[in-house]
Design a protein around this ligand. Structure first.
Ligand SMILES: Nc1ncnc2c1ncn2[C@@H]1O[C@H](COP(=O)(O)OP(=O)(O)OP(=O)(O)O)[C@@H](O)[C@H]1O
Ligand SMILES: [Mg+2]
Length: 135
């Protein structure tokens, strides 16, 4: 494995979402994820970065290489200090949106990864972390 083990990326504009897609793709390749799994992770992280921008008012992403024995993976975390999510279950329901979206970003992202954690507090912000492992 060559290249950095961790990257911090601010999320303040559309361009940052593009940048995150590129970084996640490159980490996923280095972690030897299959092409299908690379795309699943890129799709999930793209949705989360978009939510950070749209609902969180911006924030930051951390992308990291994980190594556990012979297994490798990628972790991506999205944090904002926005309004938080009052009802997590509702937010994770397919088709539910508080805005003009399709309501498929969070629920879809959860299905596309191996590990998904959502930490949120009203008035404080939201952090969503996802992991995908090579298999
Ligand atoms: N970072 C966040 N901060 C505050 N609320 C959020 C955040 N991320 C998601 N939400 C809330 O959860 C809802 C569901 O998110 P989800 O990504 O599933 O759908 P969407 O963004 O509304 O539409 P889509 O992603 O399909 O275009 C959002 O409408 C919003 O109310
Ligand atoms: Mg969304």
């Amino acid at each position: 494995m060559t290249g950095p083990g961790r990257e911090d990326i601010p999320i303040a504009a559309d361009d940052d979402v593009v940048r995150i897609r590129q970084v996640v793709r490159s980490y996923a390749q280095r972690a030897r994820l299959s092409l299908v799994d690379q795309t699943k992770l890129v799709t999930a992280t793209s949705e989360l970065a978009r939510n950070t921008l749209t609902y969180g008012g911006g924030g930051s992403a951390v992308v990291e290489m994980l190594g556990e024995g012979r297994r490798q993976g990628v972790r991506a975390s999205f944090a904002d200090s926005g309004p938080g999510i009052p009802d997590i279950e509702l937010a994770l329901t397919d088709g539910w949106t508080s805005g003009r979206g399709m309501g498929l970003g969070l629920s879809g992202a959860r299905r596309l990864v191996d590990e998904f954690t959502l930490d949120t507090e009203v008035g404080r912000g939201t952090t969503v972390t996802v992991v995908k492992w090579s298999r």
